[in-house]
Design a protein around this ligand. Structure first.
Ligand SMILES: O=c1ccn([C@@H]2O[C@H](COP(=O)(O)OP(=O)(O)O[C@H]3O[C@H](CO)[C@@H](O)[C@H](O)[C@H]3O)[C@@H](O)[C@H]2O)c(=O)[nH]1
Length: 482
């Protein structure tokens, strides 16, 4: 179970490699994409590698670093690892830039043009602690250019789902077969040129930008950065084989050296338990409102629908009407400073139902919430972390995806894994009410059964001998041998 308790034979192999490499102790520089979801999961990878005894430098942009210092316990948590070091670089944007998801291309562009030089300096100036391996988010292709230039091996991590990554890899197929670009409103047309998804993928399940201007050079950059993995030594995915194995096999045809080591949050939790250490922090970029936990304690078992759209803040009044009209209890995360002002005031006809059955917070301790016995369903934007967190806790989902991998994820949740309902593209109050009743009442047994089965598989994968356990050992050994 412990990372350090690897089988004897493997241990011996590792030690002999270490003997030869005493001059350069393994030192990994980890650089997450500066967004809530990727930051959360990549820091969990950093901690897993710290637990295995590797020296780690975590590189954050100043903006993310400031937020993490304010709202998470990152500093005290990592202080117990002697080989851990935190570094920061500016992202090159003015202080008042929102760095929101809808303007994220600007962040990427700035990192590439302004921060890559600093990134290179960082790697070449400190000769006392030379970096022996870089792990960077595959969306930041410039890190690979720098790594190749200075001769340090690099691995990519992608924090989106394997199923969406595979869709990205298949973009040339889609264009060649003229399935993309498409025009018109028939979003139910099947998509046939993505191997493994021919039976169920429709136009509406492709990432949202496929409905708009595909010739946008920003989108092209974003796509190609992410799929030029052969340039890196390996690709780390936050997923597990029982969930996405068939799709992972497809990606392996492009990137043979793949490590599926997720779900990272649960993998880390289990390892920390083995060390009798406290559970990890959530790496939140906003202040968690813990008042929802006592509220959940007072609710009947599995009676609450948890509603959260991650770091996104896309809301609609229709959703609120549907929630209240469903009669379900709900815990709703609304980041008030960034939602439409029209819904900040409670509509008078909704106030009674909201007060009686609802709890609203600005940011929740999500992993704790999903693990709470009072929660019976999750209305989610289908971000990959949210999806995995729900899978691990066996909580069925209603998916209301917004962009990026979320459209693909929600199709898999509804159609392939049968873990809930896909509400994409519709959000009127009647549909919301109907779906909430279906998930929480009418079909709850069916969904809970499949969610429980998947949760069991998720927990087995990082036990000794499980797929994610073995892949993490292989990753650690490969890093030590670099
Ligand atoms: O009240 C809240 C809401 C969210 N979270 C956490 O915030 C993270 C959010 O991650 P995710 O669910 O992946 O959503 P986004 O932040 O929107 O993530 C972006 O990055 C992901 C990949 O990392 C993609 O899958 C998403 O589509 C993309 O929007 C999760 O770990 C949650 O536990 C909280 O702690 N409290």
């Amino acid at each position: 179970m412990l990372i350090n308790q690897i089988p004897k034979q493997q241990n011996q192999a590792t030690i002999s490699v270490m003997d030869q490499k005493t001059v350069r102790p393994p030192h990994v520089l980890i650089f997450p994409l500066p967004l809530q979801g990727p930051v959360n999961s990549t820091i969990k990878l950093a901690e897993l590698l710290c637990l295995s005894g590797l020296h780690i430098t975590l590189l954050l942009t100043d903006h993310i670093h400031t937020k993490l210092l304010k709202y998470s316990n990152i500093q005290s948590r990592f202080s117990s690892y002697p080989g851990f070091h935190l570094e920061t670089i500016p992202d090159g944007l003015p202080e008042d830039h929102p760095r929101s998801i809808d303007r994220f291309i600007e962040v990427l562009e700035s990192l590439k043009t302004k921060s890559s030089i600093l990134f290179k300096d960082l790697m070449t100036t400190d000769s006392r602690r030379p970096v022996t391996c870089i792990i960077a988010d595959g969306t930041m292709g410039f890190t690979c250019d720098v790594a190749n230039e200075i001769g340090i091996p690099i691995m990519y991590i992608r924090t989106i789902s394997a199923c969406c990554l595979w869709v990205f890899f298949c973009f040339p197929n889609l264009i060649e077969s003229r399935e993309l670009p498409f025009s018109g409103n028939d979003l139910d047309t099947p998509i046939k040129s993505i191997p493994g998804m021919e039976e169920f993928l429709r136009r509406r399940d492709l990432p949202l930008f496929c409905r708009f201007n595909l010739s946008d050079p920003n989108i092209k950059t974003y796509l190609s950065e992410g799929t030029e993995n052969p340039r890196a030594h390996g690709l780390i995915l936050n997923t597990f084989d029982d969930l996405e194995g068939p799709i992972v096999s497809q990606i392996r045809t492009f990137c043979p050296n793949l490590y599926t080591i997720g779900p990272l949050h649960a993998h880390l939790k289990l390892n920390l338990e083995s060390f009798s250490s406290s559970p990890p922090s959530s790496n939140s970029l906003w202040k968690e409102d813990m008042s929802c936990i006592p509220w959940l304690d007072s609710q009947p078992s599995k009676s609450v629908l948890y509603v959260s759209f991650g770091s996104l803040a896309v809301m609609s009044k229709e959703l609120w009407y549907g929630l209240v009209n469903s009669g379900s209890r709900f815990l709703w995360v609304i980041r008030r400073h960034s939602v439409l002002s029209e819904i900040i005031e409670t509509p008078p006809e909704l106030s009674k139902g909201t007060e009686e059955r609802g709890c609203i917070v600005e940011w929740a301790p999500q992993e704790k919430v999903l693990a709470h016995g009072g929660v019976g369903g999750f209305l989610t934007h289908s971000g990959w972390n949210a999806t995995l967190e729900s899978v691990v806790e066996g909580v069925p989902m209603i998916c209301w995806p917004y962009f990026l991998d979320q459209q693909v994820n929600s199709r898999f949740v509804g159609e392939v894994w049968k873990l809930g309902l896909d509400m994409k593209d519709t959000c009127d109050r009647v549909i919301v009410e109907k779906m909430v009743r279906e998930l929480m009442e009418e079909r709850k047994e069916e969904f809970r059964k499949s969610a429980d089965e998947m949760a069991k598989l998720a927990k087995q994968c990082f036990m000794v001998g499980g797929s994610s356990y073995c892949n993490l050992q292989r990753l650690i050994n490969d890093i030590k041998a670099m």
